[in-house]
Design a protein around this ligand. Structure first.
Ligand code: NAD
Ligand code: TYD
Length: 333
């Protein structure tokens, strides 16, 4: 199968490409990535010489390049990982979120229609459902996004729905809980906290730290997308979850303990505007099809901490970016 993976130089996309190339040696993958601050070819260093893999630098918001890639590489299926993904950045500067997440997805849908592709898997988030105090979001829950990031992802998902209903395209939309693991840009909770502590810096915990997220190890997410690419029913929406819910405070304590650091290293700072209290998804639909997460949370988070400890070469240069200086000023860090 000839696959187009968009955003494959990012955290989850690069893990997915590695997973597919290893498991399906007869598949070819084209990785179309704009290489924003979050796109990093270091994530794919070990496979860049693989003859079944090709990298193309390009923007999914540019319809011509999306069409050209689909045509030239005889693409059969697309997995859309490309997105602006960080909630805090979407609060400070939402423009790119609308361009990439909404217009970019629209261009891919147009390509699916034009080139009669066999499958399109849209990688989306549980954040489109908004925040939930009790219970879990099902695939039928309404979209109530609260940040420019989640609103742009929800808009893209609605376009997917419309293209499915109007043009009967072979689309699958996935809403996953939070990923963690190797190669995650050190601005998200886990890699930021781990790398700050490794540098002897404090960790900035928003508000009271009682916000809850559901967590999936990135390789389990790869496995879920692989499963849906091959076994998912066309036109369906799937939640991807694990049932592992943790308060940010709990995550912080685990990381502190793994690195033998004191609670004094935690700095409670001003809360994120519109900060969702809790996300939790009901993923019974996927479970009933035979998918289950394979990684144990306690073990995988310790392994994640160890990966950042052992791979300073990967994250050290990413933490000196200009954006972080701006961000630190914004939040008086
Ligand atoms: P990431 O920020 O690490 O990577 C995003 C990638 O997309 C980067 O390589 C970047 O260069 C690329 N990109 C950005 N704009 C582009 C454009 N216009 N054209 C082409 N490429 C572009 O993201 P991630 O954390 O790996 O998330 C991947 C996907 O999974 C996203 O769609 C995100 O919404 C979704 N998701 C993420 C999480 C999570 O916890 N990280 C949870 C649920 C869903
Ligand atoms: P994040 O990794 O940004 O993912 P998302 O907001 O998409 O779930 O944040 C996870 C949680 O951690 C969220 O409740 C916000 C919180 N958080 C902090 O407390 N401090 C931080 O510096 C960051 C980046 C996040």
């Amino acid at each position: 199968m000839n696959l187009l993976v968009t955003g494959g130089a990012g955290f989850a996309g690069s893990n997915f490409i590695r997973h597919i190339l290893k498991k399906y040696p007869n598949y070819t993958i084209v990785n179309l990535d704009k290489l924003t601050y979050a796109g990093n070819l270091d994530n794919l260093r070990d496979i860049e010489g693989n003859s079944n893999y090709k990298f193309i630098k390009g923007d999914i918001a540019d319809k011509r390049i999306v069409f050209k890639v689909c045509r030239n590489f005889r693409i059969e299926a697309v997995i859309n990982y490309a997105a602006e993904t960080h909630v805090d950045r979407s609060i400070l500067d939402p423009d790119a979120f609308v361009k990439t997440d909404v217009l970019g997805t629209f261009n891919i849908l147009e390509a699916v229609k034009e080139f009669k592709l066999k499958k399109f898997v849209q990688i989306s988030t549980d954040e489109v459902y908004g925040s939930i105090t009790k219970g879990k979001f099902t695939e039928e829950s309404p979209f109530l996004p609260n940040s420019p990031y989640s609103a742009s992802k929800a808009s893209a998902d609605l376009l997917c729905r419309a293209y499915l209903k109007t043009y009967n395209l072979p689309i699958i939309v996935t809403h996953s809980c939070n990923f963690y693991g190797p190669y995650q840009y050190p601005e998200k909770l886990m890699p930021l906290f781990i790398t700050n502590l490794l540098e002897g810096k404090k960790v900035p915990l928003y508000g009271d730290g009682k916000n809850v997220r559901e967590w999936i190890y990135v390789l389990d997410h790869c496995w879920a997308i692989d499963f849906l690419l091959h076994k998912g029913a066309l036109g369906e929406v799937y939640n991807i979850g694990t049932g592992t819910e943790k308060k940010n405070l709990e995550i912080t304590e685990i990381i502190l303990k793994s690195l033998n650091k004191d609670k004094k290293m935690v700095e409670h700072i001003v809360d994120r505007p519109g900060h969702d209290l809790r996300y939790a998804v009901d993923w019974t639909k996927l479970k009933k099809m035979g998918w289950n997460p394979e990684y144990d949370f306690d073990r995988a988070i310790r392994e994640t901490v160890r990966w950042y400890q052992q791979n300073e070469w990967w994250w050290k240069k990413l933490k000196s970016g200009a954006y972080l200086e701006y961000y630190k000023k914004q939040y008086r860090l």
